[in-house]
Design a protein around this ligand. Structure first.
Ligand code: ADP
Ligand code: MN
Ligand code: MN
Length: 336
C-alpha cells in the first residue's frame, strides 16, 4: 500500500533551529527505521548549504506512525553534509550515549499563541488578563485556554507511541507543558522533536501558532518557558551517596558557559532569579530548590541519595539533542 513518509529535520537557522519536513511516497514500509532510505533536500533554502552545492542528506534515525494522516509515518532525520558527514547543525551526532545509559525526562513548556493579536490565547486584544495565580493546573473557561489543542496533541502523541508522561496548564495564561521520558538520550531528543512537530501541525488546524520563545511576554510579571532536563545514568541511579551526587553537581560549575551556550536563545531574559529560576550569572544546586540552577529532587534524598537530577536552566526553545550532549559530557567529567 502506498505509504506517506514525512521526513523531518532541523534547519540551520541560528540561534534557534526550526522544524522542516517533506513527504515521500513509498510502495510499502515495514515500520522499522533501518528499512528507510536516506533522502536529500535543498540546503540552500534552510541555511545549511551554499546555492552552488546545495544538497544535504537526510538520514532517518527514528520513526513512528503518523496519527494525523492515513497510511503514514513520521521519520525524524539527522542532517549530513554532501560528503556524508554530520552537518554542523546536527546536534544529535554529538551525543555520547551509545549504550543508552543516560535517561532523560524533558518538561517542555510553550505558549499557545494567537497570530491575529500576537498574544497568548486568553489575552484580550487590548491589555492583559488577570495576573498570574489562577492559571497553573487550572480548569474552567476563565483560566484554561486552548485545551482542545492540548488534548488533541496528547492523543496523537500517545497514538504515535511517544512516551508522554503527563501534561498540565502552566503558570501564565495560555501556557502549557508536556513531559516526555526516554531511556537513551538520542531517543529522548527524537521524541521531543516529534512531539513538537505534532503540536505545530495541530496548531495549524486551529489557526494557533506555538510560541517556543523562553520569554515571549518580556520582563512583565509573566513566567517564561523552560524545558527542565531531568537526567540520570547508572552512577546517579545507584549512587547511594550524597558525596557522589554533589560531585556530579559540582562538575557543572566550571561548565556553566558550555551549558548556557546550548540551553536556548535569550535565556538571560528568563534566568533572572525570579519566576522560579536562578540568575544566569550564578550557579547553584540544592535539595528541592526550584530557585537553583540544578535541583536535587527529594526523590533522590528519600532513595538514599540515588536517582536523578533536574537542570532547570534549559529553555523551551533549546535543542534537546544539544542539551543532552552537554549534560552527558559534564556528568562524565565529574571527579568521583
Ligand atoms: P517537576 O515539575 O516537579 O520538576 P515533573 O513531574 O514535571 O517534575 O517531571 C519530572 C521528570 O523527571 C519526569 O519527566 C520524569 O520522567 C523524570 N524522571 C524521573 N525519574 C528519572 C530518572 N531516573 N532519570 C531521568 N529522568 C527521570
Ligand atoms: Mn512546568
Ligand atoms: Mn521541573
Amino acid at each position: 500500500m502506498a505509504t506517506k513518509l514525512e521526513y523531518i529535520w532541523l534547519d540551520g537557522y541560528k540561534p534557534t533551529q526550526s522544524l522542516r519536513s517533506k513527504t515521500k511516497i513509498v510502495k510499502s514500509f515495514s515500520g522499522k527505521v533501518e528499512d528507510l532510505d536516506n533522502w536529500s533536500f535543498d540546503g540552500s533554502s534552510t541555511e545549511q548549504a551554499p546555492g552552488g552545492s546545495s544538497d544535504c542528506i537526510l538520514k532517518p534515525v527514528f520513526t513512528c506512525p503518523d496519527p494525523g494522516r492515513k497510511d503514514a509515518y513520521l521519520v525524524m532525520c539527522e542532517v549530513l553534509d554532501s560528503k556524508g558527514q554530520p552537518h554542523e547543525s546536527n546536534g544529535r551526532a554529538h551525543i555520547e550515549d551509545d549504550d543508552n545509559d543516560f535517561w532523560f525526562g524533558f518538561e517542555q513548556e510553550y505558549f499557545l499563541w494567537d497570530p491575529s493579536t500576537n498574544k497568548p490565547l486568553g489575552f484580550p486584544a487590548n491589555g492583559y488578563p488577570a495576573p498570574q495565580g489562577p492559571y497553573y493546573c487550572s480548569v474552567g473557561a476563565n483560566n484554561a485556554y486552548g485545551r482542545e489543542i492540548v488534548e488533541e496533541h496528547l492523543d496523537v502523541c500517545l497514538e504515535a507511541g511517544l512516551n508522554v508522561e503527563g501534561i498540565n496548564a502552566e503558570v501564565a495564561a495560555g501556557q502549557w507543558e508536556f513531559q516526555i521520558f526516554a531511556k537513551g538520550a538520542k531517543e529522548a531528543g527524537d521524541q521531543i522533536w516529534v512531539a513538537r512537530y505534532l503540536l505545530e501541525r495541530i496548531g495549524e488546524k486551529y489557526g494557533v501558532s506555538i510560541n517556543w520563545h523562553c520569554k515571549p511576554l518580556g520582563q512583565l510579571d509573566w513566567n517564561g518557558s523552560g524545558m527542565h532536563a531531568n537526567f540520570s545514568n547508572t552512577l546517579l541511579r545507584t549512587a547511594n551517596s550524597e558525596e557522589k551526587f554533589k560531585a556530579v553537581c559540582e562538575a557543572f560549575r566550571p561548565a556553566v558557559a558550555d551549558c548556557i551556550a546550548v540551553y536556548g536563545a535569550d535565556n538571560d531574559q528568563r534566568l533572572t532569579g525570579k519566576h522560579e529560576t536562578a540568575s544566569i550569572h550564578d550557579f547553584s544546586y540544592g535539595v528541592s530548590d526550584r530557585g537553583a540552577s540544578i535541583r536535587i529532587p527529594l526523590y533522590a534524598v528519600d532513595h538514599n541519595w540515588s536517582g536523578y537530577l533536574e537542570d532547570r536552566r534549559p529553555n523551551s526553545a533549546a535543542d534537546p539533542y544539544k542539551v543532552a550532549a552537554v549534560i552527558i559530557k559534564t556528568v562524565k567529567s565529574a571527579k568521583i
